[in-house]
Write a new protein. Sequence first.
Length: 130
Amino acid sequence: MIILDTHIFVWWVHGNENLSKVQEQTIATNETDVIGVSAISVWEIAKLVEYRRLKLPCSIDKWFKQALNYPGISILELTPEIAVESTRLPGEFHRDPADQIIVATARIYNCPLVTSDNKILSYSHVATVG
């Protein structure tokens, strides 16, 4: 399994050219065919739409219905274990709670996180694909 950071999930669904070749290849050749998306990413996308920082080509309800039914997509719940892990990340990590939860999710599932976020890419305590 791989986990997509929020922006990567949106870019992938939209076929956005911001995805790097490595990211595209990682998603396309994912050996388990399971693409994890943290439940917090669903919330983040909804908030971005609410604040008009993200415009979708259709209603958010329709967008989620389509995007979450892509082959291999699996919503990863926010479990108590992930919540606690997000507060105990080793080393120095920034204070964005959504990023903390996404990183904790990747750590608990022990799988790579596909991201373009430099703060996450430079964090040595989680496997990333950038």
